[in-house]
Write a protein that binds this ligand. Sequence first.
Ligand SMILES: *Cc1c(COP(=O)(O)O)cnc(C)c1O
Length: 221
Amino acid sequence: MSVAHQLTAVRRALPEGVELVAVSKTHPVEKIREAYDAGQRIFGESRPQELREKYEALPHDIEWHMIGHLQTNKVKYIAPFVKLIHSVDSERLVETIQKEGAKCGRVIDILLEIHVAEEETKNGWNFEDLERFLDSSSAEDFPNIRIRGVMGIATNTDDEEHVRRDFETLKQCFDSLKERFSDGFDTLSMGMSSDYPLAVECGSTMVRVGSFIFGERDYSK
Ligand SMILES: *Cc1c(COP(=O)(O)O)cnc(C)c1O
């Protein structure tokens, strides 16, 4: 199936108001160009250098989203142009993004990644730790950051009820944090190729779909 065909299928399945991030990590610029020519403008990548190279090679009306785990020493590669960082999961990372945003005179939009999946991964805040961090800081500390919402990844399982519970937990975190922030806290990023219809049912406003659109990834290259 062509990239354009797959893109159209996803778009048709998404209700009005749900944004599609086409996850192009590991795929060459030619494939991204196919999606671009089919009208897609939001792309997600998970490695800062790869993101930077693709940004330089492709049209500049593309909105680049960083969706993968981000090391603080790599923020500088993407700070000048990145549109949204989904994977913000530590105080140190918030501080670094603030610093790099200030350096390039930008306000950088971010999402707070919350850990809900059962897998042992260190990515994502524990919700109580996140609340503690937010209680102890104020927006004035981070003038070059705008917190736009929440991102999460459901447990990788065939058990649909389990996945649904993870998405419901993320939605609850989103709703509860929304009360702290004023306008602009409007993004709940959840749902990937295998589970995006369920994520949308549970309140997702942004889905991150890769292999369904671009095919399987080859990490060996
Ligand atoms: C790779 C990736 C995706 C896309 O996964 P697919 O299963 O290919 O749709 C979504 N979100 C994150 C955080 C990813 O790293």
